[in-house]
Design a protein around this ligand. Structure first.
Ligand code: COA
Length: 264
């Protein structure tokens, strides 16, 4: 179905696997087009409740943007490439349904940026993270200067991006780049377990959590519609009161039973 992705829908979870293992799943134009289309499916297919992004093979999540593809670009082409990458990653970040990165090896350059565009990250013990673009005379171009700073803080982000240091899974956990570390064998299982827990909650409320938290860290007014995170939160809190799921959740609590959400 996709030239560069494998997809599998199970228990409402769409697993999207970047499938160029011979190139360590490097992101070329086709991968961006395919992720864009797959994310449209996540947004619009009611059978999909959440998604996982991972990489094929045991060595790499994604080893970066495809260096061979952009090496001879002009400035104009490079700006367009950066904007395209940013847009596709915004689409992941702003997905109304949860998207978790299951990082199974190298997540370098655009690979680290892809993982950071997901709502949060789980990684295997052999995962390695970094923004090594300065080694190529470059900087990150798919949101990495912004999202790494949001996740690990300014000083650590500066150091990692200036030195091109590659960090291991334990260090990634210590600096809050990932939420959990598992064995390679357990990675998808653990990620699915977390998504299955999330899928028992009210989907509208989950989508509003994503939107409000994104507003806390994304300063771009085109995204926030000029509203502060607090204004968005109050609106979203109010919107929840118009849902059947909110009535069900509060009634179930008062009746001392488990809520059964319908997604309405
Ligand atoms: N773009 C294009 N091709 C890439 C790539 C990238 N970002 N990363 C890896 N590949 C390709 C290699 O060219 C090689 O292809 P080949 O077999 O046709 O020569 C293949 O993937 C395997 O990579 P290789 O370098 O041989 O594996 P390794 O185990 O020796 O090293 C890495 C692994 C991740 C350390 C190394 O591939 C690397 O440094 N990649 C680039 C990382 C980077 O700078 N990313 C930021 C890009 S902006």
């Amino acid at each position: 179905m996709y030239a560069t992705l494998l997809t599998n829908l199970e228990n409402g979870i769409l697993t999207i696997t970047i499938n160029r293992p011979d190139k360590l799943n490097a992101l070329n134009k086709q991968v961006f087009d395919d992720i864009d289309t797959a994310m449209s499916e996540v947004y619009h297919n009611d059978d999909i409740k959440s998604a996982i992004i991972t990489g094929a093979g045991s060595k790499a999540f994604v080893a970066g943007a495809d260096i061979a593809e952009f090496a001879s670009f002009s400035k104009k082409e490079a700006v367009a490439l950066s904007k395209r990458g940013q847009d596709v990653f915004f689409k992941i970040e702003n997905s109304p349904k949860p998207v978790i990165a299951a990082v199974n090896g190298f997540a370098l350059g655009g690979g680290c940026e892809l993982a950071m565009a997901c709502h949060f990250r789980i990684c295997s013990e052999n995962a390695k993270f970094g923004q090594p673009e300065v080694n190529l005379g470059l900087i990150p171009g798919y949101g990495g200067t912004q999202r790494l700073t949001q996740l690990v803080g300014k000083g650590k982000s500066m150091e990692l991006q200036m030195t091109a240091q590659i960090i291991d899974a334990n260090e990634a956990l210590r600096v809050n780049l990932v939420n959990h570390i598992t064995t390679s064998e357990e990675l998808l299982k653990k990620t699915m377990e977390i998504l299955q827990t999330i899928q028992t909650k009210a989907p509208f409320a989950i989508s509003k959590i994503i939107d409000c938290i994104n507003t806390a860290v994304v300063s771009d007014s085109a995204y926030t519609n000029g509203k502060s995170g607090y204004e968005k939160e109050a609106d979203a809190f109010g919107d929840c009161f118009n849902t059947t799921d909110m009535k069900e959740g509060t009634t179930a609590f008062l009746e001392k039973r488990k809520a059964n959400f319908s997604g309405k």
